[in-house]
Ligand binder design. Structure first.
Ligand SMILES: Cc1cc2nc3c(=O)[nH]c(=O)nc-3n(C[C@H](O)[C@H](O)[C@H](O)COP(=O)(O)OP(=O)(O)OC[C@H]3O[C@@H](n4cnc5c(N)ncnc54)[C@H](O)[C@@H]3O)c2cc1C
Length: 488
């Protein structure tokens, strides 16, 4: 079986079992740790308080990238690490890694000089062990405008084109969990970790099934705190975070027909215009955030900033609020550094063991999740003193041939009942928005009509045998959660 589709069975296994490792958090980092540890033969449990990928890992720019801008900051090691990992993910999960060209235009008297960009992208190729998806190249002014006819031409000097990849962040999480589950991990969403005490060489973890409100205890020899933006709120955690908010907007590609991704700048900041099927994703912002992580949202100032920046580069296109199909906001769980702007803070990750058998993993990027997991599980295996297999996550395909289907890819799955059945039975979908937002991505791709939300809600109701009241409550909740965007 792909994964445990019977929730009460899973909860019983969590409460009755004794695990080598309990992972708190089902974002990309927790999923990566669970997969790695399970593949090495550890008995693994994983819980998430909400839905998997409901935190930052379903709200990113969806890029597998070395991070060209970190080269400018001299963070060569960081770029090298992420560049190797982007190629690794492409190898193990080609369905979730689509190589993509990035055109980076430059203007006289503004931003980076062309010669600097040309050297930068060559170095970028080298940091990928000289084996980037395609070699970077320089483009003249005329070549740039031929590819991007609506780009501002005044003072345009030319551009460079370099290569990274586009992924589907939430699908990468779900497929990592499917892999972890098929390697024996016991996994549940909507289970919150409250606290734990150490007795008789085990953590006794107090968790709550958020669906029923019932508490239970999970026994585990070691714990990994992989709770992203929540990481400094978990008892025993020694993480200190600085949260930075980033938003994205999605528009129809006919409004801004770009053949490849485009890098646009606002002062030192970089924004991306990313083609995604018949849509274009534009983002992101980078602003300090002090509220509760679960309350992060897009506001009008964010949208105006993104529209202003994109319209400076594509003035004839003049994107407006009414063009927006969907939006999302996420929080970067950056390792705290009170100085400097959020954009200057390192995206390096941190793996710490502040007390025996407790690990905090924070920071990092979607792109480096596999490496973070490998490094953490190496430490855990050593401290537990177990004989475990070597890490195989860089070589073994993320999904087996049997698990590959039409429902996981970079673009949304086809809207059909079979897809809904698969998400419910094999991918832990509990609520309607688990399907509309994270499993399928339908919500981000289209402005879903009430009829479509009801159609999917009714399919889900049949599959899960919901009552009429429950079905209506799910449809109402989805309609309010996935509203277009907030205009205060
Ligand atoms: C705007 C933006 C753009 C980005 N773009 C990119 C990009 O293009 N490429 C890239 O490589 N990286 C990107 N990143 C960074 C990347 O998305 C993050 O580093 C990564 O997703 C963090 O994953 P995580 O698993 O640590 O956290 P999360 O995904 O937030 O997962 C943490 C999970 O822990 C759960 N949790 C919290 N508390 C508890 C509890 N008490 N009990 C149980 N569960 C709990 C939460 O519900 C959540 O699901 C971007 C980030 C942002 C914000």
């Amino acid at each position: 079986m792909d994964c445990m589709n019977n929730r009460s069975n899973t909860l019983t296994q969590l409460a009755d079992g004794s695990f080598d490792l309990l992972v708190i958090g089902g974002g990309i980092v927790g999923s990566g740790v669970a997969r790695d540890a399970a593949m090495r033969g550890l008995r693994v449990g994983l819980v998430d308080q909400h839905d998997f990928a409901g935190g930052t890992s379903g709200r990113s720019s969806r890029l597998l990238h070395g991070g060209l801008r970190y080269l400018e900051q001299g963070r060569v090691f960081l770029v090298r690490e992420a560049s190797v990992e982007k190629k690794t993910i492409h190898r193990i999960a080609p369905h979730l890694a689509e190589p993509l060209g990035f055109i980076f235009p430059t203007y006289q008297g503004e931003g980076r000089p062309l010669w600097q960009l040309r050297i930068g992208v060559k170095l970028y190729d080298l940091l990928c062990s000289g084996r980037n998806f395609k070699p970077s190249r320089g483009l003249s002014q005329a070549e740039t405008l031929k590819m991007l006819s609506s780009l501002r031409s005044e003072k345009l000097l030319g551009s460079v084109c370099y290569y990274d990849a586009l992924t589907n962040d939430a699908r990468l999480v779900i497929d990592s969990l499917r892999s972890a589950s098929s390697n024996g991990a016991v996994i549940s969403n909507y289970v919150r970790f409250h606290d734990s005490t150490r007795q008789d060489s085990h953590w006794h973890c107090r968790v709550e099934d958020c669906e029923s409100g019932q508490e239970m205890t999970i026994l585990a020899r070691a714990i990994v705190n992989a709770t992203g933006p929540w990481a400094d709120q978990v008892p025993h955690s020694h993480v200190k975070l600085r949260l930075s908010k980033g938003i994205h907007i999605v528009i129809h590609r006919t409004r801004l027909p770009v053949p490849e991704a485009v890098v646009i700048t606002e002062g030192k900041r970089i924004l991306f215009v990313i083609p995604w099927g018949d849509r274009v994703i534009i983002g992101t912002t980078d602003t300090d955030y002090a509220g509760p992580p679960e309350a992060v949202d897009v506001d009008s100032a964010d949208i105006q900033y993104v529209l202003r920046t994109v319209n400076e580069f594509f003035p004839s296109v003049a994107i407006q609020e009414k063009d927006i199909v969907s939006v999302w906001a996420g929080l970067r769980p950056l390792i705290a550094n009170p100085d400097g702007s959020p954009s200057d803070i390192s995206r390096a990750h941190q793996i710490r063991c502040p007390e025996p058998f407790w690990w905090d993993i924070a920071g990092g990027k979607l792109t480096t999740y596999r490496l973070m997991a490998e490094q953490a599980v190496d430490q855990i295996v050593t401290q537990l003193g177990v004989t475990a297999q070597k890490c195989r996550t860089a070589i073994e395909p993320l999904l087996s041939l049997k698990q590959i289907n039409d429902y996981s890819g970079i673009k949304p799955a086809p809207l059909c009942r079979d897809a809904v059945e698969h998400f419910v039975n094999s991918e832990w979908a509990m609520h309607l928005d688990d399907i509309l937002v994270r499993r399928s991505g339908w919500h981000y791709y289209d402005q879903l009509s009430l009829e479509t939300i009801e159609l999917v809600g009714n399919w889900m109701a049949e599959i899960k045998s919901w009552s009429q009241e429950r079905t209506k409550a799910e449809i109402d909740a989805s309609c309010s959660k996935i509203r277009h965007f907030v205009t205060p």
